[in-house]
Design a protein around this ligand. Sequence first.
Ligand code: ADP
Length: 178
Amino acid sequence: MEFKVGSSRLVLKQGDIVKEETEAIVNAANETLLGGGGVDGAIHRVGGPQILEECKKIGGCRTGNAVITSGGKLRAKYVIHTVGPVFRGGGRGEPELLASCYRRSLEVASVQGIKSLAFPSISTGAYGYPIELASRIALKTVADYLKGHPEIQEARFVLFSSKDLEVFKSAIKDAGLE
Ligand code: ADP
């Protein structure tokens, strides 16, 4: 599924993000940047030790922020590591922090001159954010950014399961994309 947002493309697909050929892929990391499960585990496993070495030098990342490393052995040249909020009911700034993850990742990409990047569904695995809520924030934040930033030619959401892809497709309307 593909949408035009300004002059950019917004793509929704099912897949394994470590296989993406976008210039950058986004990692749902934790504040230590020292690796974890889910997307993080897969990225370090496939990308090799170089990514972890660079993460150690950076030294950590606050929730809602994003940092960049090389992509090691991945097809993507870069990994943008962002730290999503742990969901604790939604009244502790989680929506703003989740939006910030997507925005900061895109800002880091713009600064680096990256034209295409792929996002997983941040915070909706181990961090427990209900995907019905998270998908709306994700789509709206990315679409809003693309409107003002044609330098990002393509942003993809790569959803692990067909169910997650369906949830994102349902959220398209709420994000004002249809
Ligand atoms: P968080 O800690 O931010 O919740 P997780 O990695 O636990 O991050 O999960 C985030 C989402 O990424 C979940 O929906 C999970 O199913 C999905 N996911 C896990 N592995 C992959 C992968 N290789 N490619 C794409 N999505 C993945």
